[in-house]
Ligand binder design. Sequence first.
Ligand code: HEC
Ligand code: HEC
Length: 258
Amino acid sequence: MFNRIRGQLIAAVAPPAIVLSAIVLSVTLRGGDVAIAADDDPKNLTVFPKDISKRELVDTMKQWTQALGVRCDFCHEQKVPGDFQSIDFASDKVGHKDVARRMYTMMRDLNGGPLPKAAGEDDAAVNCFTCHRGLPSPTTLERVVLRAIREKGAEGGVQKYRELRERYYGSGSFDFSSGSLQSVTETLAAEPATLDAALTMARLNLEMNPKFADGHVVVAQILDLKQDKAGALTAVEEALKLDPNHRHAQRLKQKLTK
Ligand code: HEC
Ligand code: HEC
C-alpha cells in the first residue's frame, strides 16, 4: 500500500566533513530505496524546540507519517511529482503542514495541562496516533459506511465496507468487529425509510461474522417489522442455535409463534 513507509536513520558512510553536516534518511518506498539528505539545519521551525536534534526531528517526522498513514509529501511540497529528492522541507506551501503545526501545539498543550491523570499512569499522554490510528483524518467505520449509504444507497455502503476491509483489515485503523456494522444497522433500522438498507447491512455483517447471534436477532426484528413472520422466525432460530439462552431471541420467538 502506498502509505507504508519504513524510515531509517542510517550512519552515513561518508567522509567526516559530510557526516557532520548531513543526516541521511533512507526511506523505503514502493519504488525502492530513496535517500533524502536533509543537509542543512532546519530553516523554518516555528513549533518545535529550536535546539531539536536532527535525529529527533526525523524520528518525529517518521512517527507522524505512520500515525497518519501518509508519506512526507502529504505535508511537504514536492516540486516534481513522485520525486522524493525534489521535496522542499522548509516550504510552507502545503496546507496540511500548518494543520500539523496546530495539531502539535494542541497536543502539547493538552498533555501539559488539561489531560487529567485519570488512570495515574506516568506516561499517560495523547499523541498523533491516539486519534489518527493510521488515517489522515480520524473517523470510524460507522461514520464512513453511513455516509456512503446516504450518498449512494445500501449498495454503496456495502462496497465502501468491502473496500475498507480489503485495505485496512488488521491495521487497527478501523474496528471490523461485529459491533460496527451492528451499530450501522441499528441506526438505519430506527427510520422506516432506511429499513431495507438496515437489512442489507445486517446481512453483510452476518456474511462477515456468521456466528454473531445478535446479528441474527436484528435480522429477525427487521423482518418482523417488514411483516415477514416466517423469515423472522428462521432468523430467530439461527440465533438460538448459536446461543440457546439468548433472552431477546427467546422472547421474540414467543411473540412470533403466539
Ligand atoms: C503531518 C505533516 C507532516 C508529515 C507527514 C511530515 N512532516 Fe516534516 N514537518 C512538518 C511540520 C509541521 C514541520 C515544521 C515544524 C515546526 O514548524 O517547528 C516539519 C519540518 C520538517 C523538516 C525541517 C524543515 C526546515 O528546514 O524547517 C524536515 C527536514 C522534515 N520535516 C522532514 C520530513 C520527512 C523526511 C518526512 C517523511 C518521513 C516528513 N517531514 C513528514 C510536518 C510533517
Ligand atoms: C485529539 C485528537 C487528535 C490528535 C491528538 C491529533 N489529531 Fe490531527 N486531526 C484530528 C481530527 C479530528 C482531524 C480532522 C479535523 C477536520 O477534518 O476538521 C485531524 C486532522 C488532521 C490533519 C488534516 C488531515 C486532512 O486530511 O486534512 C492533519 C495534517 C493532522 N490532523 C495532523 C496531526 C498530527 C501531526 C498530530 C500529532 C502532532 C495530530 N494530528 C494529532 C484529531 C487529532
